[in-house]
Design a protein around this ligand. Structure first.
Ligand SMILES: [Zn+2]
Length: 411
């Protein structure tokens, strides 16, 4: 697509190509250009500048179709680096149990939770799974998401996991936005392996991983490292097997307890450790010395009434933070990134600038897509959000529940 955006009230998130991730205090800066233009050629950002000072550089693009953006902001699309959006069906039946006070662990122990999704998934055809996931993908694109990671983990059988990953591959082949695939065979222990945990872990390492590598179905390997799910030692074993097949780790850690998950992620050179509701000094120090992204999922904390991660402490320690939705039927039945930004600001006291950086460039980095998306940078894909007429970037998290998006451009 070729297009010239003119009279942009503020062009938000301008970065040099060398800026690939933002740490600690650097997340406070959100570079913007007032009264700007931006040219898109062949779907990529070709040039941008000030309407007044760079009018001469605009001239070569003056023949392109134009979009007047008076009063409106233009910013990079959200990069949602943690979702489970391939699933068979919703789990509204568990919603009332949660309201009545049953914990996540209690619901899981009754055969609800992830095992409920796994039963439904194994009974659903690949075609139907694909149709439903495609609808969710369209929904999040309309809400401003321009790159997404999707996990398996509701199969928990060889065929179920392969079916999910094949659905993700089909989505990737047809979708207008970049998609990364993560294998999450270690999402929960299937009931039939309760007395024989090692056998399920061997199924993951010796059967699932080789098949997945053979068909090139995944980019990353994930483990739900948590009390009642998988231990740090089991996590080591699975992540090391993943590395042998070329899959980098990207794990669930410290959602319910300080279970050693963060340290397990760091020692296995995880691309990201995700959740982090339960953090102490040791976990923060482990992340300080690493290149592992701390990915926060405040919509899941909101839905499960968990405490939120200590973000101010993490930012003071210079950590690099991303925000994602965790879109899934059990603990975050929404893929709306703007709501995640509102929670980040209101509940975790991130500033709007920090939250936008965490949801764009750092989110892209948590999927190794920082050279493609996540900022206004010449050469990157022109996946852009044009807002309605608004005052400033603060309006985006401030007016929670409302995307205030006029149009999403996936060029
Ligand atoms: Zn998750």
């Amino acid at each position: 697509m070729d297009l010239l955006f003119t009279n942009i009230k503020s062009l938000v998130g301008i970065r040099e190509p060398t800026e690939k991730r933002l740490r600690g205090a650097a997340m406070q800066q959100l570079p913007q250009l007032r009264d700007a233009w931006l040219a898109v050629c062949n779907g990529r950002i070709a040039a941008f500048g000030s309407m007044k000072e760079d009018a001469d550089r605009l001239q070569p693009f003056a023949t392109l179709p134009q979009r007047d953006c008076t009063g409106r902001l233009l910013l990079p699309c959200w990069c949602d680096s943690h979702t489970h959006l391939v699933f068979a069906d919703w789990r509204a039946e568990e919603f009332e149990l949660k309201i009545k006070g049953y914990s996540y662990e209690q619901i899981a122990a009754q055969g609800g939770g992830i095992l409920n999704s796994a039963r439904k998934l194994n009974d659903t055809s690949e075609e139907l799974l694909y149709e439903r996931a495609w609808a969710r993908l369209e929904e999040i694109i309309n809400q401003g998401t321009g790159a997404v990671e999707i996990k398996s983990g509701y199969g928990l059988t060889v065929e179920g996991e392969l079916k999910m990953l094949r659905v993700i591959r089909r989505l990737r082949e047809s979708a207008p936005i970049p998609i990364k695939a993560t294998f999450l065979g270690a999402h929960a222990l299937p009931a039939e392996y309760r007395q024989n945990r090692e056998a399920y872990i061997r199924l993951i390492t010796d059967v699932m991983l080789p098949r997945i590598a053979d068909e090139q179905l995944a980019d990353y390997c994930d483990v739900f490292c948590e009390n009642g799910f998988f231990t740090p030692e089991e996590t080591d074993c699975i992540l090391q097997a993943g590395w042998r097949y070329g899959l980098k780790p990207k794990i669930h850690a410290n959602q319910l307890a300080r279970s050693g998950g963060v340290q397990a992620g760091v020692r296995n050179q995880a691309l990201s450790v995700d959740h982090l509701e339960q953090m102490g000094e040791e976990e923060i120090q482990a992340l300080q010395k690493s290149t592992t992204m701390a990915t926060l999922l405040p919509a899941a904390a909101f839905f499960l009434r968990l405490p939120y991660p200590p973000v101010r402490q993490m930012l003071d320690a210079g950590l690099t933070i991303a925000l994602a939705t965790d879109y899934n039927p059990g603990s975050a039945p929404s893929g709306r990134m703007s709501f995640v930004l509102s929670l980040a600001c209101i509940q975790m006291r991130m500033t709007p600038a920090e939250a936008i950086n965490a949801a764009t460039l750092n989110g892209a980095c948590a999927m190794e897509l920082e050279e493609e998306v996540g900022s206004i940078t010449v050469g990157k894909r022109a996946h852009l959000i044009l807002t309605q007429p608004i005052g400033s970037v603060s309006d985006i998290p401030y007016r929670f529940g409302n995307d205030i998006i006029e149009k999403v451009y996936i060029c």
